[in-house]
Write a protein that binds this ligand. Structure first.
Ligand code: G
Ligand code: G
Ligand code: MN
Ligand code: NA
Length: 254
């Protein structure tokens, strides 16, 4: 098992790494963004998935420190790529509910943007539906403040929570990300087909873009494109890669 102590050492020893998975335009195949996904390169245990240590960090409160590191690194990497004249697209960073809800979160984002020099429009934040359920009014206010910095917010794992669709209507978010579970059997499960189509129709009505995650096959991609999905992400295009390897990918996916 992983202990609080191990995670503290991991931070001190610089064992966390940030990888990036491209998000592409469903129609043109060109890059529209990247999602930053943290990894823990453990000296003995090898690569530890965030699915393992993020829940632990949330329990111990260390997610605040881990989250701050991720945010800063994503902004630094984006800025570095900009300076090097690489193709720069917005980076989406996952934000835990605890981190988002913390007093001064917006100030923290503002400070990191100022310190790294990254323009706010090159940063997106992904929050889950859980954030919406606790205090909708406060969430709307936070998102408006982030928007003033140029930073946009996406609703991650959409469709898995129990948030009211009414919240979505009132929310200054820019994208919803369809949960991977809907995509996995979209071609064989009529219920999932209907849910995905319903979310896309409703999101478009509210001026929100829809991102499908976990796209692994061309058949899934074709179905999502036909249903009007805007953006695609998944192993069909690329897994998450270290920042230095992003340039080995095509500028446009066929
Ligand atoms: O990359 P992978 O599929 O192993 O990610 C597993 C989970 O960990 C995903 O649900 C993802 O949202 C989450 N995750 C990855 N990176 C971060 C991060 O930097 N912060 C938070 N809060 N969650 C992350
Ligand atoms: O933030 P979120 O929980 O949505 O994180 C996305 C997760 O999905 C990451 O753990 C990432 O490694 C994983 N992932 C990305 N693309 C694919 C894919 O095509 N198939 C599967 N099974 N997982 C994927
Ligand atoms: Mn995500
Ligand atoms: Na997701």
């Amino acid at each position: 098992i992983i202990l609080r102590h191990d995670l503290r050492l991991a931070m001190e020893r610089n064992e966390l790494e940030l990888h990036y998975q491209p998000v592409i335009d469903a129609v043109s195949g060109s890059w529209r963004g990247v999602e930053a996904l943290v990894r823990w390169h453990h000296p003995q245990r090898g690569m530890i998935s965030p699915g393992v240590f993020i829940p632990l960090a949330e329990q111990t409160g260390q997610i605040i420190e881990v989250g701050r590191w991720v945010l800063r690194r994503a902004c630094e990497d984006g800025m570095q790529r900009w300076r090097e004249g690489c193709q720069v697209v917005p980076a989406a960073v996952n934000i835990s509910t605890l981190q988002f809800r913390r007093r001064n979160f917006v100030e923290e984002v503002r400070a990191i943007l100022a310190e790294t020099g990254l323009p706010g429009h090159l940063l997106e934040l992904e929050v889950t539906e859980g954030v919406l359920m606790e205090n909708a009014q406060e969430t709307i206010e936070l998102m408006k403040q982030l928007r003033e910095l140029g930073v946009t917010v996406s609703i991650d794992d959409f469709g898995t929570g129990y948030s009211s669709l009414r919240y979505l209507r009132d929310l200054p978010a820019s994208k919803v990300k369809l949960d991977i579970s809907f995509i996995r059997d979209i071609l064989t499960n009529p219920d999932n087909m209907a849910i995905v189509q319903g979310i896309i129709t409703m999101a478009h009505h509210m001026q929100l873009k829809v991102v499908a995650e976990g796209v692994e096959t061309e058949a899934q991609r074709d179905d999502l494109v036909a249903r009007g999905c805007d953006l695609l992400q998944g192993f069909l295009f690329s897994r998450a890669l270290p920042v230095a390897e992003l340039d080995s990918l095509p500028a446009r996916f066929p």
